[in-house]
Every structure is written in C-alpha cells, then in structure tokens.
Design a protein around this ligand. Sequence first.
Ligand SMILES: [Zn+2]
Ligand SMILES: [Zn+2]
Length: 145
Amino acid sequence: MDSINFKDLLKERGYKLTPQRQAVLDIIIEHNGEHLSTEEIYALVKEKYPDIGLATVYRTLLLLDDMDLVYKLDFDDGLSRYELNNKNEDHRHHHLICLNCSKVLEVQEDLLDTLEEQILTKNKFKVTDHRVKFYGYCEHCSEKE
Ligand SMILES: [Zn+2]
Ligand SMILES: [Zn+2]
C-alpha cells in the first residue's frame, strides 16, 4: 500500500491523511506476520509520535479495518490484533495457535479447496472466504511434553 493510494482511499471517505494515520499503517506493514495488538501498535507509533493518544490509534485501526486494508484478528486472548490485508494472497492464510506458549504461526497453503467444493455441492453454498484457527502445541512445546 503506497501512501498515494492510501490518501485517495481516505479522501473518498472524507478523511485526511495525517502523519499519525500513515504511521499506524506503516507499523502494521513493517511488522507484517506479527499480529500486533492495538496496545502494541500504540507503543510503536508512540516512539515516533509521542503525543499520539490510544484513542487515535484505536480509531485509525477501525478505519483501516473498515477500508479492508487490515484484518482484525481474534486469537481468544482478549486482545484485538491486526494484520495487513495482503491483496496478493488468493486466500487468507491460516493461523496455528499454541495453547501453551500462545505463539501464533501462519500456514500459507490453502488446504480448504476440497472442503469448499464439497460445501458448494452439498450445501449449495458458495464460499468466498474463511477464517481458520487451529489450536494445538507448537514444535517447541510438544517436545517439552
Ligand atoms: Zn497472520
Ligand atoms: Zn508453544
């Protein structure tokens, strides 16, 4: 997402591109794959813009989510986490959540094509997207068991 594009998207919605809004998006781009929480994003943006408030970060994230630039994630830890909506991905990647250390891994392969075909045949339901979370134990934690 280049800034010109982001600026236009904001303008369409009647918002201005402020350095703070740009900074929030930049942090998510820089930390792609880390699934940062609102508080973590706030702490990182604050390093650059010490005056920014949590409410501004929070509202910017809602806006980015609404504009489909980011995805809001829920890993059942009570936190809202965000990642970039990577338009190059045909499908969303899947998340593997470790029940022991809470580490989140990503699976890039889409393993659900066959399932989606079955759903279309059996349920006459056309799947366009899915959000999958797998729970279990990461390599490190299963070795310790
Ligand atoms: Zn992810
Ligand atoms: Zn683990």
